[in-house]
Design a protein around this ligand. Structure first.
Ligand SMILES: [Mn+2]
Length: 379
């Protein structure tokens, strides 16, 4: 039996310049969550801690201190650590981040292997069976072709050893990859290769998405744990990693899998559409309230609200969203509700505009449009 802790797309060193006041917190949290995963892997008695690519956000601008911190964190793991270069931290043999990484490795006792050669990596000192790793790492940011070729041609001994493929790239039909430029792999192609399990990185959302935290699921062969902590507003993930156990009896593998929620910070992109009869505060609280305080929120509000709420809107945002790490509100499409008072205030009672709008009083949408049009005419 072999037990693996699987994570990827950690994007250590991601800059978060978009959030200047909390960027240090966002950067640090990604490393804190990595430390927590190592602790969890220890607790679970895992033989391997596997990183399926994009441990680092890029190859050129990761601070040496962050690289050292990651090496210290990973080297604290008692089992073996396997690090696959992904398409963000690709390996060419002369990359700053990997030079710094290897440099940090020389200064500490460790069990870390960078999977940066297209060859079998055999481990004979784990459990009752040999464990053989088949890596498909990235040598560039983009590639139309994946790197599975050498594994397809390899002679894989399926009876006595436990074989595990580790690859980084988009999964056909699962990852959005319109231009097919991210080492695209199909499930069919992966399943044809006689390894016992595939550990894939690149897609930030967990696949399969239905693994349980407490009970193991059997039957899957392809696993993409997703990012360990949501990276930004563009994806929606609680931040997962997988704990996978592989048994082999008479050449027949059984793969057990469960998840662990490792993410602590969440990002939410919320749309609030206001209509007649619903207040701003009420609608905002209903849609954007109630998340964990460790959240980064973006709200887009549109529609109309009564004049008093419109004037107080900044205060309302703060009341509902003020507890979050940070929030931004886009309310370009929000306007005050047009009432008879608004019309009387802005237009002479006998004017064409006032009479025209008063006739539309029973249809708030039409009235709103007419008001906007008339305002534009006047400008
Ligand atoms: Mn990637």
């Amino acid at each position: 039996m072999v037990k693996l802790f699987v994570t990827g797309d950690n994007h250590i060193g991601r800059k978060y310049d978009r959030y200047p006041e909390i960027k240090e917190k966002l950067i640090k949290s990604r490393i804190d969550c990595l430390q927590d995963m190592v602790r969890k892997a220890e607790e679970e008695g895992c033989d391997f801690f596997v990183i399926t690519g994009d441990l680092f956000d890029n190859i050129n601008s990761i601070k040496v201190g962050d690289v050292k911190n990651v090496v210290m964190t990973l080297s604290a793991f008692n089992g073996r650590v396997l690090v696959l270069p992904g398409n963000h931290d690709y390996f060419t043999g002369d990359d700053k981040v990997w030079r710094d990484f290897e440099n940090a490795l020389t200064k500490t006792d460790h069990n870390i292997t960078i999977l940066n050669e297209f060859r079998e990596y055999s481990f004979t000192d784990i459990g009752d069976k040999d464990v053989v790793i088949y890596p498909a790492f990235c040598q560039s940011k983009h590639s139309v072709e994946n790197n599975l070729g050498w594994i397809k041609n390899a002679e894989i001994e399926t009876r006595e050893s436990i074989n595990i493929g580790i690859a980084h790239g988009a999964l056909k039909g699962i990852t959005p990859d319109m231009k097919e430029e991210y080492f695209l792999m199909s499930e069919e192609e992966l399943k044809k290769i006689p390894v016992d399990a595939w550990l894939i990185g690149h897609t930030h959302i967990a696949y399969p998405g239905d693994l349980d935290e407490t009970k193991e699921t059997v039957g899957y062969k392809i696993f993409n744990a997703g990012t360990h902590e949501q990276t930004d507003l563009h994806n929606n993930s609680e931040g997962d990693c997988f704990i996978i156990r592989i048994e082999k009896n008479d050449g027949e593998p059984t793969v057990y899998a469960k998840k662990y929620i490792s993410g602590k910070i969440r990002y939410y992109d919320i749309k609030v559409q206001l209509g007649a009869g619903t207040g701003l505060k009420e609608s905002l609280a209903k849609k954007a309230g109630g998340y964990t305080g460790n959240s980064v929120i973006r709200v887009t509000v549109s529609g109309t609200v009564p004049r008093t709420e419109y004037e107080d809107r900044k205060k309302i945002y703060e009341e509902v969203l003020g507890e979050y790490l940070t929030y931004e509100v886009n309310d370009n499409e929000l306007s005050e509700e047009i009432t008879i008072d608004t019309i009387r205030r802005e237009f002479a009672e006998t004017s064409f505009a006032a009479q025209f709008m008063e006739q539309l009083m029973s249809d708030p949408t039409e009235l709103q449009m007419a008001y906007k049009m008339l305002q534009e005419c006047m400008e």
